[in-house]
Design a protein around this ligand. Structure first.
Ligand SMILES: [Ca+2]
Length: 146
């Protein structure tokens, strides 16, 4: 079901029979700059709405050293978590004890030491990140070789 194709040392692409194609960008940026990059080059920072999508991401990042920004951040005033593309937030994959800092940590990163479960973290740390593009109606064509 999953493929992982290395396009360059800085970028690889994950495809699966689902709604999104994820792109791991191995360039260190803060969350805001990562969001800007994803919106320019792809669609947005990664939205993860299901266990299947999370598993697709894990195939791409397991075994790597990095932590990876995803598109989740907190609206502090309303105390809610929102995806960068405003997709519905219901699926969650928080690490044990997270989110643990509702004041200073408003962005979410895949936390390598905890098998890439989610951790809220201040936006200014420089890390690689994951973008996505939506898959169209012929999405399964992309999966013939999965
Ligand atoms: Ca945290």
């Amino acid at each position: 079901m999953l493929t992982r194709a290395f396009i360059s040392t800085a970028l690889w692409t994950l495809s699966f029979c689902g709604t999104r194609q994820f792109h791991v960008v191995n360039v260190n940026k803060n969350w805001t700059d990562a969001q800007k990059y994803c919106r320019e080059k792809f669609t947005d920072l990664a939205t993860i709405e299901s266990k299947e999508e999370m598993n697709a991401l894990l195939v791409g990042v397991i075994g790597t050293e990095g932590l990876f920004w995803i598109g989740l951040s907190q609206n502090v005033e309303q105390n809610i978590w929102i995806w960068s593309d405003v997709s519905n937030f219901s699926y969650r994959y928080w690490n044990t004890g997270e989110p643990n800092n509702p004041v200073g940590d408003v962005c979410v990163i895949l936390w390598n030491p905890s098998t890439y479960r989610w951790n809220d973290l201040s936006f200014y740390y420089l890390h690689p990140f994951i973008c996505y593009k939506p898959l169209g109606g012929n999405s399964c064509l992309l999966c013939l070789h999965c």
